[in-house]
Design a protein around this ligand. Structure first.
Ligand code: HDE
Length: 730
């Protein structure tokens, strides 16, 4: 039986058919589960009613503790395959070297701080935990969408999490770091500054799980057949690029659709737009590591891609939604200790602490050391050892030998383990026992600067905005000022701009400009435009590729995007059909939003209304022609707002033929001087100016070309530096 079939069958065995005649958990047929057994029609209820007791007792115990971190998550099944056997130079792990293997995977994405019911779009790190059911046992790569971490030593983790979570006296705020205890801890923890730059960047508000990077974070080891080890960093690169929301959109989405990311993952898979990533590795030896000006054991540091380029070695596709959220997504138990022969840990003190923690946490969450027997956790590889009993044991071990060495019943006393079993790499160790931080972990600002320098001006402006937002929510002035001191060490203009938002003088205050609420005000972007040379006079790397999302390195793709088509009775149905088919060819989806649900025009029906949706739920907005329809839309405030808000959030907008009149009726139309009927496209006209900002206005003479141009614009994701955005109230 193939690996994959075995897993399918395994999971199928664990499901029950809900359409079968009802029974108790003991298999007794149930005749009526809607009325309890009573003495007389009006009671009392009888103690002998085992049907009632079982039903209530099970319900009363339905909840298990949520994860202390990463409680809010969504997951999917899929597979991983390597492209070739080229990694066999470095490792004996079959999953990384055998291209004929299609290894089943289960991947859980999560936010960190919020509880199970919190909103998906909170500013937060995203968990990116991959469980691979390999022939050599389970390999869990329990990573994040950010390649570094807040702290260097696991002993600080409880403090970090206590500070980041809702404050303990009143449980406020939910799923947010914009509060005193978090920033108090951070401002007293300089090692967190690099991570803070990432968390305040747009990386912390991804567009979707499918459009974000993943990272193993720590440096790990790969070990080859000769026992030679190399260091490795793992990266997941999304096939359709890494893209983000904008902050105002993320805030609004938390109300409009708290399940935004969860739903996107689910719906993409149901629609056959299966999320896909490439696994990339950075592999280097001890001698190379010794030359870096940072310690590869320090999880607050990346290995810059300019020093060690990525090598793309395989791909992972998520193609099946879970059947049951609790049984799979909730009960899955990831553990950093799940590695397979040919891999090993490093002495990273954060990783070492994690290796204690994850096994431990499963006991309190899942209640028994037999959690590994749950269908979602069970390996496909054969399990054979002398561990026995404990709560909820499923395996029925046969025979009397539960020990080794043993000679009874055919056991071989000389057999102590598999010849090709796991061996820890024989790392040379020396030194005294001490409780202190290595001096090689001491630089806390170098890579924070590297990250800052590697960002575009727009991204820097967003970081400044995010810091201004978060710190403005901190009530204690000393904490705010302490943070400004750290920012000053990273970049004086950043410190000055955030200082200005906080009413403090800091950094290069001559450069600071009055802050606005909108994310992309031109002068706020311009102050961050200065470029930095890639290396300093001393040869130190000052910027590197791989850190910016807006430097043009992301692949252009419209796959997985959702477009709102604003329509009403009388809108041009054939234009909508053209758009729909062009989008579907590109792996994107059109959803018609109208004044009411159901049939609108021709064969077009509205799937959403202005009352139940808004532009934040979409990646772009399109308005077809058809004068009567457009006329109706022009009179609907929400329809005009749809376009204004989409413009403010940098989203592609397309208007065709008479659809132009709706755009002309918006704030954007007024501010840009666009009229309802003027000829489009002449150079210098408002339409030509808007087109350069991703707002396409076409006259309807060539619908096919107009629609193709719109899809190409959609593939560019966002147009972040729109000059009129700050003036639009939406
Ligand atoms: Fe975790 N982490 N963590 N963490 N972590 C957990 O394990 C912990 C760290 C990460 O979808 C817990 O089963 C310690 C770094 C993910 O189920 C817990 C330390 C990274 C997930 C735990 C760290 C992560 C967890 C909570 C510092 C990125 C969700 C429930 C030493 C590389 C996995 C659970 C899922 C979950 C402990 C630091 C990622 C308590 C002690 C660094 C993606 O065991």
């Amino acid at each position: 039986m193939s690996h994959e079939n075995a897993k399918q069958q395994d999971l199928a065995r664990a499901t029950t058919d809900e359409r079968a005649p009802m029974s108790t958990n003991q298999g007794q047929p149930v005749g009526d589960d809607q009325n309890s057994l009573k003495a007389g029609g009006r009671g009392p209820t009888l103690l002998e009613d085992f049907l009632l007791r079982e039903k209530l007792q099970h319900f009363d115990h339905e909840r298990i503790p949520e994860r202390v971190v990463h409680a809010r998550g969504a997951a999917a099944h899929g597979f991983f395959e390597v492209y070739d056997d080229s990694l066999s130079e470095f490792t004996t792990a079959q999953v990384l070297t055998d291209p004929s293997l299609k290894t089943p995977v289960f991947v859980r994405f999560s936010t960190v701080a919020g509880s199970r019911g919190s909103a998906d779009t909170a500013r937060d790190v995203r968990g990116f935990a991959v469980k691979m059911y390999t022939p050599q046992g389970n390999w869990d790569l329990v990573g994040n969408n950010i390649p570094v971490f807040f702290i260097q030593d696991a002993i600080k983790f409880p403090d970090l999490i206590h500070a980041a979570k809702a404050e303990p006296h009143n449980e406020i705020p939910q799923a947010a770091t914009a509060h005193d205890t978090f920033w108090d801890f951070i401002s007293l923890t300089p090692e967190a500054m690099h991570m803070i730059m990432w968390v305040m960047s747009d990386r912390a508000i991804p567009r979707s799980y499918a459009l974000m990077d993943g990272f193993g974070v720590h440096t790990f080891r790969l070990v080859n057949a000769e026992g030679v080890a190399h260091f490795v960093k793992y990266h997941w690169k999304p096939k359709h690029g890494a893209h983000s929301l904008v902050w105002d959109e993320a805030l609004k989405l938390a109300g409009a659709d708290p399940d935004f990311h969860r739903k996107d993952l689910w719906e993409s898979i149901e629609a056959g737009n299966c999320p896909e990533w490439e696994l990339a590795v950075q592999i280097f030896d001890e001698a190379t590591a010794a030359q870096f000006d940072f310690d590869i054991l320090d999880a607050t540091k990346i290995v810059p891609e300019d020093l060690v380029p990525l090598r793309r070695v395989g791909r992972m596709v998520l193609d099946r939604n879970p059947d049951n959220f609790f049984a799979e997504t909730e009960q899955v138990a990831f553990m950093t200790t799940n590695i397979v022969p040919g891999m090993d840990f490093t002495e990273d003190p954060l990783l070492q602490g994690r290796n204690f923690s994850y096994l431990d946490t499963q006991l309190s969450r899942l209640g028994s050391p037999n959690f590994s027997e749950l269908p979602i956790n069970r390996p496909l590889a054969c399990v054979a050892n002398h561990q026995r009993d404990a709560h909820m044991r499923h395996t029925i071990n046969k025979g009397r030998v539960a020990y080794a060495p043993a000679s009874l019943d055919g056991h071989d006393p000389a057999a102590t383990g598999a010849a090709d079993g796991f061996h820890s790499h024989a790392v040379a160790l020396e030194g005294r026992k001490l409780r202190e931080r290595s001096p090689s972990f001491a630089d806390h600002y170098g890579q924070a600067k590297l990250f800052w320098n590697s960002q575009t001006a727009v991204e820097r402006a967003h970081i400044a905005k995010a810091l201004s937002f978060e710190l403005s929510k901190v009530a204690t002035r000393e904490v705010r000022v302490r943070m400004l001191d750290h920012l000053q060490q990273i970049n004086p203009v950043l410190a000055a701009q955030v200082g200005r938002a906080l009413g403090e003088t800091a950094g290069d205050s001559a450069a600071a400009v009055p802050p606005s609420a909108a994310s992309d005000k031109a002068d706020e972007i311009a102050i961050f435009a200065s470029a930095v040379s890639p290396t300093s006079a001393s040869g130190r790397l000052q910027s590197t590729r791989g850190l910016s999302l807006l430097d043009g390195s992301q692949p252009a793709s419209a796959a997985g995007r959702k477009v709102a088509v604003l329509a009403a009775p009388g809108s041009d149905a054939s234009q909508i059909l053209s758009l729909r088919s062009a989008l579907s060819c590109a792996g994107a989806q059109a959803m018609v939003v109208g004044p009411h649900l159901g049939p609108l025009t021709g064969e077009i029906a509205a799937m959403a209304t202005f009352a139940n949706s808004s532009s934040v739920l979409f990646d772009a907005v399109f308005v077809p022609g058809g004068a009567p329809g457009v006329q109706q839309l022009t009179e609907i405030g929400e329809a005009r707002r749809f376009l204004d808000e989409a413009y403010r959030h940098g989203k592609p907008i397309g208007v065709l033929a008479e659809g132009r009149a709706l755009l002309a009726a918006t704030q954007l139309g007024t501010l840009s001087g666009l009229t309802a009927t003027a000829a489009s496209g002449s150079s210098g006209s408002p339409a030509a100016t808007l087109e350069a900002q991703g707002v396409l206005i076409a006259d309807g003479s060539d619908v096919a070309t107009a629609v193709d141009r719109f899809v190409a614009t959609l593939a560019r994701h966002r147009f972040p530096d729109r000059p009129l955005a700050a003036q639009i109230a939406a």
